[in-house]
Write a protein that binds this ligand. Structure first.
Ligand SMILES: Nc1ncnc2c1ncn2[C@@H]1O[C@H](COP(=O)(O)OP(=O)(O)OP(=O)(O)O)[C@@H](O)[C@H]1O
Length: 234
């Protein structure tokens, strides 16, 4: 693998006395997609929170472009180029679609992704640009959330269950954007419950079970049965 853009090394963390992750390691190759799978409670969201500095972790446990970043606050990580699309979207309710995107762009780093390019990626949002973001369907709100991440022009996006609560046909529309996003040079870690979908999408796979990595490697190395077994901790 080329030098990873983001690495997690032997990361252990938790909530107070409760340990949720035990020595987790992974490498995200530049311009690649890593699929992160695991049952409810396996520790996927906890890993994202730890990468983003929302949970305790040591400086050397997370490196970005070879540099330890485990001591940096979340805001600083966004400036460096690591952002998350959270489960559950979290848009500004009183703002329109366009205002949500423009505000994120103003706080971003500048680069290839503009509000106009997000409208090209998701034309349905261009049609609804003046509507309140929260008046949109769940899938469209998810597109706005992805658009907000893109206009920050990050190098890495952490996608936390972007298909949660969406109808299957809408999930297809949202997922159809990921290859283009990746093709623009952005690397991604994608948390997804649908094992088939994540196998088709990702270059690398990591499976967590009860806070430990139980499977890790190139996506083509694993059958659906192997991945499903790891998912259920068999
Ligand atoms: N705020 C919290 N306080 C205490 N324990 C928590 C907290 N958030 C998560 N946990 C626990 O940490 C473990 C890992 O949870 P986490 O949310 O990371 O799992 P997950 O793989 O993202 O699952 P899901 O798919 O349900 O989001 C679980 O045992 C969970 O109960």
């Amino acid at each position: 693998m080329a030098d990873p853009i983001l690495s997690v090394r032997d990361l252990s963390t938790g909530y107070g006395d409760f340990q949720a992750l035990f020595g987790v390691s992974l490498d995200l190759a530049p311009q690649s997609i890593l699929g992160l799978v695991g049952a409810n409670g396996a520790g996927k969201s906890t890993l994202f929170k730890a990468i983003l500095g929302l949970l305790p972790r040591a400086r050397e446990m997370v490196t970005f472009q070879g540099r330890p970043i485990g001591d940096l606050p979340t805001r600083r990580l966004a400036q460096l180029g690591i952002v998350m699309v959270p489960e559950g979207r979290r848009l500004f309710r009183s703002l329109s679609v366009e205002e949500n995107l423009t505000l994120a762009a103003e706080h971003g780093r500048g680069g290839a992704w503009s509000v106009a390019r997000v409208f090209e990626l998701f034309p349905v949002l261009a049609d609804k640009r003046r509507q309140s973001a929260t008046s949109l369907s769940g899938g469209q709100q998810q597109m706005v959330a992805i658009g907000r991440a893109l206009v920050a022009n990050p190098d890495v996006i952490l996608f936390d269950e972007i298909s949660l609560g969406l109808a299957p046909i809408v999930v297809n529309d949202v997922y159809a954007a990921l290859p283009e996003i990746n093709g623009s040079g952005i690397s991604a870690i994608v948390v997804e419950q649908d094992v088939d979908r994540v196998r088709r999408l990702a270059h690398q796979l990591v499976c967590l079970n009860e806070g430990r990595v139980v499977l890790s490697g190139p996506a083509e190395d694993f059958t659906k049965a192997q991945l499903t077994a790891a998912y259920f901790g068999e």
